[in-house]
Write a protein that binds this ligand. Structure first.
Ligand code: PLP
Length: 478
């Protein structure tokens, strides 16, 4: 499979070439030159597969320059009941992403049973193993620079801790993560993990990462890589659980199923879009935002108006407090018929004028074929949905999953199973759960006393030069 940039660059590179990189040299995102299609017979053959087998079946199509026995070894090492037994899965841990039926036709796809109790472990654990293998193959080392609003950072650190040839420098907004998330990250004492608390919000952290990555000399000299959701391998690893969830609830192969997806950086739902483009019979991709509703506005009106820091609200579903969704460019690339010049122009327009408007264009007239619907959820909706799920189903869902369930139910259709993606477990967001239910979420013995462990972090300004100096002082240059 060859990869091209959403802004036009085409160096003819394969999966291994883009695996360790972030943005392409022209500032765009890597995309496969075309989507492999899986026909009805192919889908039927996948139906009975285990999670690891499904992962191999999907990934080999996109990573055909990784020897198949290597890829098989990596997915088998990654997708085990031992790695994905940390949440509520209980006896279903072998399913990796078990489905829990909330009421007839409405299901929860459990994606949060990995080490950090959020769906990001689904892709990140694989990425850790892929990176370690690829670096050893090439005789290289990598300094991973990332930005997190909570879940990405911990997921990346738990995937990369102790991995040979890898250091992690993780930027997070100072004082803006939950106590549990902070403890999860800052209590790691592994020598290859560095936590940088940035005075600012998540978008400031993301801007610093972009600025450092745009310094191509620095990037090359210090072998800077990324694990942010723009990483293609992460997106493609997430495609797998759409297949798994589909087969778990579809009456027969070919029947339509809809997915509701709590969204921030558009990474999770981008994977759903790709699964659908590959031929998985997804009827609707229902995108849910919180009060930061940039993406909901786009899917309702065609206007994309990314917001700055000042306009980004801090909400009780903090991992969705994103006003510039980095993976969104991947979808727009498809929407405009893969016209990279047009994508470049649209992003220039957004940078110069603050927004672009596709409403009324021929592309917008064709958006229906992609199956997207959207909606937004507020703090009040979130609390009410958490309460309703607890009272009606006896299931505790976290605030992000609640946003997805709320919007999903609004777009539910008779006769079409709805799968709501669970993106984190409630224990990570104790304050909001207590507000909704008047009680703290249960936590397993494994996470008891988490917040009282010793913590380690360094506080910095949202300043690329300061972050570069920090990396320079600790990383090997080549
Ligand atoms: C990252 C995250 C999201 C948003 O996912 P995107 O891929 O960025 O759209 C939603 N909920 C939780 C709990 C997350 O960690």
């Amino acid at each position: 499979m060859r990869y091209v940039s959403t802004r036009g660059e085409d160096r003819g590179g394969g999966f291994r070439e883009i695996l360790l990189g972030g943005l392409m040299a022209d500032g765009g995102l890597a995309m496969p030159v075309s989507y492999p299609r899986i026909d009805a017979a192919g889908l039927a053959a996948m139906r009975g597969m285990s999670y690891a087998e499904l992962a191999l079946a999907v990934l080999r199509l996109f990573a055909d320059d990784v020897p198949e026995d290597v890829l098989r070894g990596l997915v088998e090492k990654t997708y085990t009941a031992e790695v994905y037994c940390n949440g509520r899965a209980g006896g279903d841990a072998a399913e990796i992403t078990p489905v829990r039926t909330l009421e007839p036709g409405v299901h929860l796809l459990e994606l949060s049973n990995g080490p950090t109790l959020a769906f990001k472990d689904m892709a990140m654990q694989l990425l850790g193993n892929l990176f370690e293998w690829a670096l050893a193959e090439n005789g290289e080392t990598l300094n991973i620079l990332g930005a997190t609003s909570g879940d990405t950072g911990s997921s990346a650190e738990y995937a990369m801790r102790g991995k040979r040839g890898i250091r992690v420098f993780m930027l997070s907004p100072f004082g803006k993560m939950s106590a549990f998330q902070t403890a999860q990250m800052f209590s790691l004492m592994d020598e290859n993990i560095y936590n940088l608390a940035v005075r600012g919000v998540f978008d400031d952290c993301q801007d610093v990462v972009k600025a450092v990555s745009n310094d191509l000399g620095f990037k090359r000299q210090y072998r800077i890589g990324t694990v942010n959701s723009i990483n293609w391998a992460r997106v493609v690893a997430q495609v797998v659980y759409y297949f798994k969830g589909y087969f778990a609830v579809a009456g027969e192969v070919g029947a339509p199923v809809s997915f509701a997806v709590p969204s921030g950086n558009f990474g999770n739902i981008c994977a759903g879009h790709i699964a659908r483009m590959m031929g998985l019979p997804i009827r609707r991709l229902i995108l849910a935002t919180n009060e930061n509703d940039v993406l909901d506005e786009f899917f309702r009106t065609g206007v994309y108006r990314p917001r700055g820091t000042a306009e980004t609200q801090q909400t009780s579903s903090p991992s969705m407090d994103i006003s510039r969704a980095s993976n969104f460019e991947r979808f727009v690339f498809d929407l405009v018929g893969r016209d990279a010049g047009r994508v470049k122009g649209l992003w220039r327009e957004a940078a110069e004028l603050g927004s672009f408007d596709l409403g009324g264009t021929p592309e917008w007239a064709g958006i229906e074929q992609y199956g997207f619907l959207s909606g937004a959820s507020t703090h009040g909706n979130r609390l009410a949905t958490i309460r309703r799920a607890w009272e009606s189903y006896g299931v505790m869902i976290d605030p992000h999953t609640a946003d997805g369930l709320k919007v999903g139910m609004e777009h539910r259709e008779e006769g079409v199973p709805l799968v709501c993606l669970e993106t984190a477990l409630p224990v990570k967001f104790g304050e909001t759960m207590a507000e909704a239910l008047g009680r703290a979420p249960e936590r397993s013995a494994k996470f008891a006393g988490m917040e009282t462990l010793p913590q380690r972090s360094v506080t910095v300004d949202a300043d690329a030069e300061e972050v570069k100096a920090f990396i320079r002082a600790r990383a090997d240059a080549v």
